[in-house]
Design a protein around this ligand. Structure first.
Ligand code: NAI
Length: 301
């Protein structure tokens, strides 16, 4: 089996001072990538002034193992922060080939009790953060005709989770961003994919039983994330799920549906009568893009 390498490649991993991001950064560096270890070092809810220690320690670990890395302490949640992170990469290593949008926080609370501030801050870090850093990296990748971008979603967004409306919305937002960027990046060899991870970290250690968490090490998520960052990976627009040694693809699918005569007046009662067939997911299909999705309306049969 030939080894997958990242020699000559420059990778930015946001929020890589701890948890999943740290694991991704260490794996990329161990295979030859020069890595920007970004982390503002805040609390799990994003509060506090932050600390340089987490990013700095990961850089030291990479260097001690013979790799190359620099620390960056910008927050992803502002446009200046996003630009600053990419500038750290271009100043230190001249370019950016790989971007893993991983930084994240939680502000869990039921929808009734959620404040606008709790909503905004989670959207700011996960959705705007992914936007700001990707927006700054995109022209560099386009110029070099090469890019591998990863977004980080969550089962909470894909399937829902009590008390996480802010987080769920943000985590599906990045899936929408990927779905369009996959088309906009393709001609410049920029592949955009998404990971839905499951791993023990300070984010999950209080909400899952210990015997489950013991199997959910971040190092079991990073192989598929880093594979999607490799030159060999020519696929774009995938959502991959990974945790505890399980690897799978997630897809948005649509039932085959039913056709009612578009030239007739369709009533609610007509739709109600057909509802069992409309929601029957047997033979469900996916679409490559919005036009393909809309085009299906006209493919009778
Ligand atoms: P973590 O809390 O261990 O790591 C997140 C890192 O992001 C922290 O080091 C934090 O300082 C950094 N960070 C937070 N806000 C930042 C900002 N504005 N700018 C720069 N860095 C910032 O959490 P974990 O579990 O490693 O999560 C990583 C990503 O994976 C997150 O996006 C999370 O939502 C996602 N995720 C994790 C799951 C899990 O099972 N651990 C499940 C689903 C998604």
């Amino acid at each position: 089996m030939s080894e997958i390498r990242f020699d000559g490649r420059v990778a930015v991993v946001t929020g890589s001072g701890r948890g999943l991001g740290k694991s991704h950064a260490l794996l990329l560096a161990s295979r030859g990538a020069k890595v920007v270890v970004n982390d503002l070092g805040g609390a799990v809810d994003g509060a506090g002034g932050g600390s340089q220690t987490p990013a700095e320690e990961v850089v030291q670990e990479i260097k001690a193992a013979g790799g190359e890395a620099v620390a960056d302490y910008n927050g992803v949640h502002t446009a200046e922060g996003g630009k600053g992170i990419i500038e750290t990469a271009t100043k230190a290593f001249g370019k950016v080939d790989i971007l893993i949008n991983n930084a994240g926080i939680l502000r869990d609370v039921s929808f009734m009790k959620m404040t606008d501030e709790q909503w905004d801050m989670v959207l700011k870090v996960h959705l705007y953060g992914a936007y700001y850093v990707t927006k700054a990296a995109w022209p560099v990748m386009k110029e070099n005709n090469y890019g591998r971008v990863i977004f980080t979603t969550s089962a909470a967004g894909l399937y829902g989770n009590f008390g996480q409306t802010n987080y769920s919305a943000a985590k599906m937002g990045v899936v929408g961003m990927m779905n369009t960027l996959k088309a906009e990046g393709a001609k410049n060899n920029i592949m955009v994919n998404t990971i839905g991870p499951g791993a023990v970290s300070r984010m999950t250690e209080s909400i899952m039983p210990k015997d489950v968490l013991d199997l959910m090490v971040p190092e079991l998520v990073s192989p598929i994330v880093c594979l999607m960052c490799s030159e060999d990976f020519k696929e774009t627009g995938h959502i991959m799920a990974a945790g505890a040694g399980h690897y799978a693809k997630v897809q948005i699918i649509e039932s085959k549906g039913v056709y009612l005569d578009p030239k007739s007046k369709v009533t609610m009662e007509d739709v109600r009568e057909k509802l069992p067939d409309i929601v029957n997911m047997e033979g469900a299909i996916t679409a490559q893009n919005a036009m393909d999705g809309i085009g299906k309306f006209f493919k009778q049969g």
